[in-house]
Design a protein around this ligand. Structure first.
Ligand code: F6R
Length: 260
């Protein structure tokens, strides 16, 4: 696991955007796995800037989002489709037909989940999966005790997640308690994983995924078993890491070695 600690949220997000941007410019048909939430906003802004400055194009890029609330229409301001349109898709040259979100508009969510997995396979799998981390360790909406081999399915959200996300919903607005999410097994199939942890409130979660035991009780810890993970954090999110100085040193070595 490569741990990159940067001085600010902006620097961490720019770092993540540089990795994604470089990949897109080098691979003709890149497949990105995307996340929503506050952790990814600045990264998407930086990617939009790269597009505007003609550094990158998304014309041949395909995206698969991690998750979506059950029952929220794409036009609902809190739907993840709405978030993606507003924060990325509407500002770049991506073909909307190449943007997938695990939506389900009828009762047949089992088929929707299976179709999502098939579609992923048909596209050759995810090249880079972008992740945030929940304070309870969830990745996607794989809440604590999710099967570490799980595939795309419906999950019941924990009270912790519902409360954390209630800030996005208006008073008295019905907040979904179920979501469709890629499974942990689905996420682990990605060729590369790029996790963003920003802010002091993520410091314990970041320490758990990097230095804690691998456990379904803290789903993000499974990333320790993936061959190609980069965790990008700002110094506040890194503040509970026991080996903080070591990660700073190893990244310096990494930069020196790869820049030769
Ligand atoms: C969102 C997602 C979630 C978030 C996580 C962190 O698509 O899958 O796992 O990444 O809840 O959310 P923020 O970034 O809002 O702190």
């Amino acid at each position: 696991m490569r741990v990159v600690i940067l001085p600010s949220e902006l620097k961490a997000s720019n770092f993540a955007a540089n990795i994604i941007g470089k990949f897109i410019s080098e691979k003709e048909k890149a497949v990105l796995g995307l996340a929503t939430g506050s952790s990814t906003i600045l990264t998407y802004k930086a990617l939009i800037k790269k597009y505007e400055q003609r550094e990158i194009s998304f014309k041949t890029v395909t995206t698969f989002n991690l998750d979506e609330y059950m029952g929220l229409h794409p036009d609902h301001p809190q739907s993840y489709r709405h978030y993606m349109n507003n924060n990325l898709f509407n500002h770049i040259d991506i073909n909307n037909k190449n943007t997938f979100i695990p939506e389900c508009f009828d009762d047949d969510y089992v088929t929707s989940c299976e179709n999502y997995e098939s579609m992923l396979k048909r596209h050759g799998g995810i090249d880079i999966q972008v992740l945030g981390i929940g304070t309870n360790g969830h990745i996607g909406f794989n809440e604590p005790t999710s099967s570490l081999n799980s595939r795309t399915r419906v999950k019941t959200l924990t009270q912790n997640t519902i409360e954390n996300n209630s800030r996005f919903f208006k008073d008295k607005e019905t907040q979904p308690t179920l979501a469709i999410t890629m499974g942990i097994g689905t996420i682990m199939d990605a060729k590369q994983i790029l996790l963003l942890g920003l802010g002091k409130h993520k410091s314990q979660a970041v320490a758990e995924i990097i230095e804690g035991p691998v456990s379904s009780f803290f789903p993000g810890s499974i990333l320790q078993l993936h061959k190609n993970v980069i965790v990008v954090v700002d110094k506040h999110a890194a503040s509970d890491l026991k080996l903080y100085d070591y990660y700073i040193h190893t990244e310096k070595m990494h930069q020196a070695y790869t820049c030769k």
